[in-house]
Structure formats: C-alpha cells, structure tokens
Design a protein around this ligand. Structure first.
Ligand SMILES: Nc1ncnc2c1ncn2[C@@H]1O[C@H](COP(=O)(O)OP(=O)(O)OP(=O)(O)O)[C@@H](O)[C@H]1O
Ligand SMILES: [Mg+2]
Ligand SMILES: [Mg+2]
Length: 502
C-alpha cells in the first residue's frame, strides 16, 4: 500500500530529484566482526564486550568468517561482482562511540561492486518498473551506542554494539522519486531478512541509512543516520523542498552533510570543513582472497527469492493476499510457521485454505496486534494452534470461544502454560453446547430466546415493524447469556422463527 502523502509526490517541473542511498545493516552472526564476543541485541549494557571491542592495547582483530559469508550472500543476491581480493581500511575519527579511534571498513577494496535490484510495478509499490544499480557493498564495524539521558544531562556508552558486523550497501544515484526510495529500502530489507542475513529489526537499530539528495544537477547533500524508512522519506522530502526553494532564489546548493532533527534537516558540516578521515590500510588484517568460483557456489546455495515465494503463496493452494504473503517472506520463521499450519489443516485434515488464512492473518496476527506484541510464533507452536482451529472446524468450540482461548494462549498464566488445547477448553468450560444432543440444544436455545423476547418486547416490536437489524441486538444478549458457547447463527435463526412465525 502506498501512503496517501506519497501517492501524489512528484518532483516539480524543471527541478528533477536525484538520490542515492547508503544503507548499513547489522548482520545476524553469532559473534562480532573481529572478536569472539557474542552478537545479541537487548542485553545488559556492556555485557557483550571483549578486550578488542574496548580497544585495549595489544589486542588484534580477527575476521569472523560467518560475517564474510553473510555479506557474500547479500552480494550474490544482488548480482554484484564479488572481488577475489578485498581488504580492510581504517577510517579515523575521534568520538566516544569509537574506542579504537578509527572504524575498520573497506574503502579501497570493497567485498563487491556493481549489481542491481529491480523494482517492479506489480510487486513493489512503485508506479513503473525501475532498475536501481549498486555502487558497492562492503563489510564494516558498528560503533558503540550512546544513550542520552536529558534529565541527568548524562551520556552513557553501551559497547555491546561496538564491532557488531555491518554491511554498507551504496547505491548509484538512480532514484528519481520518493516512492522508489521507499520501495528499495523495503525490498532490500525484505531480501536480507528473508535470506537470514539481517534481523530487519528496525526498532533495535538493525538498519541505519544515509540519504543523498541533489536537485537539477546540483551538488549532493547527505543526511546521515536515519533509522527507519519513514525517517528516510521525511528527510529526503524535506531536503528536496529546501533545495528547490533555495534554487528558486538563485542560491546554489553546496555539498554538505546534514542531520535530521525529526522535523527538519540541519547542517552538520560543509564540504570545506569535511572531516579528513586519514584512511589507511589496516595492517593487522590480512587481505581476503577468494576463489573466483565462490560467487557461483554461493548463488547456487541461495534459497528462493521473496518474489518467487510471494507469487507461490498468492496462488493455489495457498491463495494469500499479497500484503500477507509479503509479511511471511520477511522472516524464515514466519514462513515455516505458516507452511506447517497449512500442511496440518489443509494437507492432513482437508480443510479449505481460507480457514488457515483467516485464522493466521485475522485472528493470530490480529491477536498479537491487540495485545501490543510484535508477532512471535514461538509463543504458540503451530501444532497447538492447528488443534484449536480444528476444534472450531469440528464445531466442538465456537469461534468466539476459540478467539478467547487464543488470547489466553498468547499471555499464558503459569496455570495454563503447560495445558493442551483440549485441557484448556475443559478448564474454561468452553466445550460447545452443540456437542450435546442436537435436540436438547435446540430446546435449550429456544427457551433462552423466548425468555429474551419476553424481556425485550420493545425491540421485538421494532423488528416486527421492519427494523430487522435489531435481531442482532437480541443475538448479542443471547451470546452474553451463554458466554459465547453457542453458534450465533443458531440464535439468529431461532429468533427469526419465533418472531416472524408467531
Ligand atoms: N549527484 C548526486 N545526487 C544524489 N546522490 C548522489 C549524487 N552523487 C552521488 N550520490 C550518492 O552519494 C552516495 C555516496 O556514498 P559513498 O559511500 O560513496 O561516499 P560518502 O558519502 O562520501 O562516504 P561515507 O561513507 O563516509 O559517508 C551514494 O549513495 C551515491 O549514489
Ligand atoms: Mg558511505
Ligand atoms: Mg555517505
């Protein structure tokens, strides 16, 4: 879906928009880039650190091959040409987030150059097909995280992030409008998450982006350190508008670096006071020599790309909407969960696909949403959820009861955490009344309906006078009385019978 604000965004006539991205993504490795410390988000500050991460004298970097492999996968997926020889350089600057005094990156011989990502009209949210070319892809270290405490005027340094492996992807300045920028970031993040290269977890800073904007052939302005797609969009839109306004006043735009405050971009430094990073080769790290056959070997091992999987999920036997199919391919775990649910309910139990889709998309994702949780399927194994869905399909519990059970399963008390679905149904006394003799049920339902009709003569008069929808009001009372244990359709039919056929 294209947000309304962007739908009509077009560069002004005579002021073409030109933009290039630098996207830094954290790699999903077990260990850090040049040390043995673990790479795990959300740990106690400074828990994941080693002497090297803290830049103790006498420590040496050692390249983690897992990071190299993940970066190579990204390069292969983007059809970039992998360098048979790459090397590491030191980019010097002094700041609290960088205890070494320099960042180890790949300036002169990056891991890969070239490559592209195709944005297509029928898959991505763009108005026409567009090929975005890649300049290069390199490995580098992340910096420590600075936590600002405005209240105490304190800055605390968390070195857990220092030396976490990143890939920096630099695109060519090929973007001609904001929709393309947005679609590219989403597609790239989708791709690296799907391939298990990056967590895609933006809330934990898994991506940081620099956006470069120029107008009508002018110099580029770089806005640094944006941490979400919407921040990139807002900063690029603001920067475009600012530059156009300046050009209209005949003031040329000069090359500079700016930062985003949340509402506008502000100058950090101009070209004149550009930092001299004093790049030098890192002599402690050997060159990375790769066999020329490596690109083909890695490409052959890549799983299917998100676009292929999405196409399959949209067709029979799955028939998922594009939006949800895209959500599933964002994470191998989500996809695995859906396939499992599908194979139990449709494969083994021959229920229609739309049952799985409805319970997965509307109920399960909806329940996570209702509880304010981001989807975490480890909380409810697919086998257990399938058992619940099948109870509804077999009319042993009503769907209303099943929805309540689902909410309970996603926030289990100690008492119910270990229970099977069957045990939970009995524990909450939710076994469907329909289980009883059909005759008994019918009489019981009729009795309840009669009682409700007695007590709600006003509503009954209105229904008779033509306000047929008021039946829903009566059904609501009946459902509350029976705590959702009876199929509302049965109440609906019984009320209609009793009221219209009297
Ligand atoms: N005329 C232009 N208009 C908009 N973007 C441009 C233009 N020329 C280059 N760019 C973009 O600027 C970016 C340059 O990134 P690169 O990493 O090569 O250099 P840098 O920004 O100087 O280095 P650093 O990594 O230190 O920020 C690329 O994304 C490129 O597409
Ligand atoms: Mg860069
Ligand atoms: Mg840059």
């Amino acid at each position: 879906m294209i947000p309304k604000k962007l739908q009509n965004w077009k560069p002004e006539k005579g002021f073409p928009f030109k933009c290039g991205l630098e996207i830094h993504t954290q790699l999903l490795t077990k260990h850090k880039l040049f040390s043995q410390s673990v790479n795990v988000p959300n740990c106690a500050p400074n828990a994941n650190t080693s002497f090297f991460d803290l830049a103790f004298p006498g420590t040496f970097p050692k390249l983690n091959p897992e990071a190299l492999l993940l970066a190579l996968k990204a390069a292969a997926a983007l059809d970039a040409s992998i360098s048979t020889t790459s090397s590491f350089d030191r980019k010097h600057y002094f700041y609290f987030d960088q205890p070494l005094g320099y960042q180890i990156t790949q300036r002169f011989r990056p891991l890969a150059r070239g490559g592209h990502l195709q944005l297509s009209k029928d898959y991505d949210d763009v108005l026409s097909d567009k090929l975005i070319n890649i300049e290069q892809l390199q490995l580098e270290q992340d910096t420590a995280k600075l936590n600002y405490d405005d209240y105490d005027s304190l800055v605390s340094i968390d070195l857990n992030r220092a030396n976490v492996p990143l890939i920096e992807l630099v695109t060519k300045p090929d973007f001609e409008n904001l929709l393309q920028v947005r679609a590219f970031i989403k597609k790239y993040l989708g791709l690296v998450s799907h391939l298990g290269i990056c967590s895609g977890d933006l809330e934990n800073g898994a991506m940081r982006c620099d956006v470069n904007v120029s107008v009508a052939g002018g110099d580029r302005v770089e806005v640094k350190n944006l941490s979400s797609t919407s921040e990139v969009m807002a900063a690029a839109a603001y920067e475009y508008k600012r530059q156009v306004a300046q050009l209209k006043e005949s003031i040329p735009v000069e090359q500079e670096t700016r930062s985003w405050t949340g509402t506008k971009t502000v100058r950090t430094r101009s070209k004149e006071d550009a930092v001299d990073y004093r790049y030098v080769p890192d002599t402690e790290l050997p060159f990375v020599h790769l066999d020329p056959s490596i690109a083909d070997l890695i490409r052959a091992q890549l799983p299917e790309f998100p676009e292929t999987v999405v196409r399959r999920l949209r067709n029979a036997p799955y028939g998922l909407e594009k939006k949800y199919a895209k959500f599933l391919v964002e994470s191998p775990l989500h996809l695995e969960y859906y396939y499992k649910l599908h194979s139990i309910i449709v494969g083994e139990h021959k229920q229609p696909s739309k049952v799985v889709n409805n319970w997965f998309v509307h109920e399960l994702l909806g329940a996570f949403n209702k509880l304010g949780l981001s989807p975490d399927f480890t909380m409810l194994p697919a086998e257990k959820y399938a058992a619940l869905i099948l109870l509804v399909q077999n009319k042993e519990v009503t769907s209303t009861s099943a929805k309540l059970l689902l909410l309970a399963m996603l926030q289990p008390s100690e008492e119910i955490a270990e229970m099977s679905v069957e045990e939970m149904v009995d524990h909450y006394k939710l076994r469907n009344a329909a289980e009883a003799e059909t005759g008994d049920l019918k009489t019981a339902v009729e009795e309840i309906c009669k009682e409700i009709i007695e007590e709600n003569q006003d509503a009954v008069e209105k229904i008779k006078a033509g306000k047929h929808l008021s039946i829903k009001f009566l059904v609501g009372i009946a459902m509350r009385t029976t705590q959702g244990k009876v199929d509302p359709k049965l109440f609906d039919e019984t009320f209609k019978n009793l009221i219209y056929n009297e």
